[in-house]
Design a protein around this ligand. Structure first.
Ligand code: HEC
Ligand code: HEC
Length: 318
């Protein structure tokens, strides 16, 4: 390797200086609009690339098919109401034996955008999650294998599987169809998303203050990414546990559509959004937020409600 001469070094320093200086010299007086907006730690929800329509339609039919449950009396839709919030309105839904489930029901809306699923984030894909939902004795209580066999006995269903998958019903096709449908359950169109995409009037000044406060208070260090959550693990209660202590490590939940999904937390222990925000500030940030600030933050959170099939996501009637 040859050592650069003094002149060569001077030359490269000058070249570097020129490179550095030129952009300064020609920097426009006003920045282009997009450069004036600080990058946000989240982004708008958009429909995902649509899967094979036959598989999506089959998954939609299966989602509300009671033949997928052991006792033939419940379907996924029994706890995940797609006409309202993609979940239910109770603290904890019931197992077939009438006992409350250990945890509150998550919404299926936007679940496809979270990197792990369920409160404790133990599943990595919708297919895996669907297998768990089916097999759990307190949820559907039927293995996908047994459900596929059952469906195969119905000529109409068997035909739909053959059309969509080229074979008779089996567990893999069943789980794939459910997951294909679930990937369509995203809710674009919230006012916050319209604001993120440049419609400055989409949020009221109070909601915008709430968003700034949400970031400044540190909420967004955990609730971030496209789902405003759903992409990190955290213990619940860095400063104080939230409700029942177990499970201790949770996937930070998404706050999309949060205004429509009371009650809150893994055990459904907070009835209102205001209460949930209060508890969060104490539990995760060690701060007692004054009511006006809680009001601003909840105003912001209410702007995160999107639409499913052109209808706003809504809380189920009590
Ligand atoms: C009896 C009520 C009930 C039924 C029926 C039910 N679920 Fe759930 N679902 C829940 C509960 C409770 C959770 C949270 C489970 C946990 O964290 O342990 C959940 C979580 C989920 C999630 C995770 C969402 C997220 O953001 O992580 C998905 C996806 C889901 N269910 C899909 C389904 C599918 C598909 C079916 C039908 C095969 C189904 N569920 C049937 C109650 C139910
Ligand atoms: C250290 C991480 C962390 C921080 C900081 C944090 N959260 Fe959370 N948030 C969580 C976790 C984990 C949960 C789930 C808690 C549970 O269910 O017990 C949660 C749950 C919630 C819920 C309930 C969601 C639901 O569907 O039940 C709301 C609302 C919420 N947070 C808002 C906030 C607000 C507002 C702030 C700021 C004041 C905040 N969070 C700060 C991690 C955090």
């Amino acid at each position: 390797m040859t050592r650069p001469t003094c002149l060569q070094s001077l030359g490269s320093i000058l070249a570097l200086a020129t490179v550095l200086c030129i952009p300064v010299a020609v920097w426009p007086a006003s920045l282009p609009p997009q450069a004036t907006i600080a990058p946000e730690p989240t982004s708008a929800v958009h429909a995902l690339a649509s899967g094979n329509p036959l598989r999506v339609a089959l998954g939609e039919a299966l989602f509300s098919d009671v033949r997928l449950s052991g006792d033939g009396r419940r379907s996924c839709a029994s706890c995940h109401d797609l006409a309202t919030n993609g979940a239910s309105g109770v603290k904890r839904d019931l197992a077939p034996d009438g006992q409350p489930l250990p945890l509150n029901t998550n919404t299926v809306f936007n679940a496809a955008l979270s990197y792990r699923l369920d409160w404790a984030g133990q599943e990595r894909s919708l297919e895996e999650q669907a297998r768990v939902s089916m097999t759990r004795l307190d949820v559907m209580a039927l293995t996908p294998e047994a459900a596929a066999e059952r469906l195969g006995a119905h000529p109409g269903m068997a035909r739909r599987f053959r059309e969509a998958y080229g074979r008779n019903p089996d567990a893999a096709a069943l789980l794939d169809a459910l997951a294909s449908f679930e990937r369509t359950l995203v809710t674009p169109g919230s006012r916050f998303d319209r604001w993120l995409e440049g419609d400055a009037g989409a949020l009221t000044p109070e909601e915008l203050d709430g968003y700034r406060r949400f970031k400044a208070a540190g909420c967004m260090s955990c609730h971030q990414g496209v789902n405003v959550g759903g992409n990190l693990f955290q213990v619940h209660g860095l400063f104080r546990t939230v409700g029942t202590p177990e499970p201790r490590m949770l996937r930070v939940p998404s706050l999309r559509n949060v205004a429509a999904t009371p009650p809150y937390f893994h055990d459904g222990s907070a009835a209102t959004l205001e209460e949930a925000v209060h508890v969060m500030a104490v539990a995760q940030l060690g701060r007692d937020l004054p009511n006006p600030q809680v009001g601003q933050i909840t105003a912001f959170l209410r702007s995160l409600t999107g639409t499913y099939r052109d209808r706003p996501v809504s809380a189920p009637l009590p």
